[in-house]
Design a protein around this ligand. Structure first.
Ligand SMILES: [Zn+2]
Length: 136
């Protein structure tokens, strides 16, 4: 089954990435395993944010707590590759937990979705996910 995301939401994410060409943007994705419904941008606290990302742990923990209390479910994360392609890097593979979470990677106007999985065919850690852009 394809993963659904609205054209509006995807455009907002791509615009955010495009407006920040000097560093990787990152954040959390909310929704269900088959549909991205919202996102929350988080600070990139990586030591070198130009070519790496690390989601600020403070909003990350807060979002997990909120989800456990009945708030929006975290289904994955997103980040941009300002000077690369919209495919997972070896660094992404090293950082990913094989927990089936969704990874959205953006480069320019390209966006691609993956699931983090043990022994995935992409970088040994990701499975490409077909996505469908829906109008809301
Ligand atoms: Zn990356």
């Amino acid at each position: 089954m394809a993963l659904e995301i609205s054209s509006t939401l995807l455009a907002r994410l791509l615009n955010e990435a495009e407006k920040t060409p000097d560093r990787e943007v990152c954040g959390l994705l909310f929704g269900s395993p088959t549909r991205i419904l919202d996102f929350s941008r988080c600070r990139n606290v990586a030591p070198d944010p130009r070519c790496a990302f690390e989601i600020d742990p403070v909003p990350l923990i807060a979002a997990h707590k909120a989800a456990r209390a009945g708030g929006p479910a975290i289904v994955g994360c997103y980040h941009s590759h300002p000077c690369g392609a919209a495919i997972p890097s070896a660094r992404d593979a090293a950082a990913a937990t094989p927990d089936d979470s969704i990874w959205l990677i953006m480069a320019g106007r390209d966006a691609s979705f993956y699931r983090a999985a043990e022994n995935g065919p992409v970088e040994g850690r990701f499975v490409a996910v077909r996505h469908e852009i829906v109008e809301l």
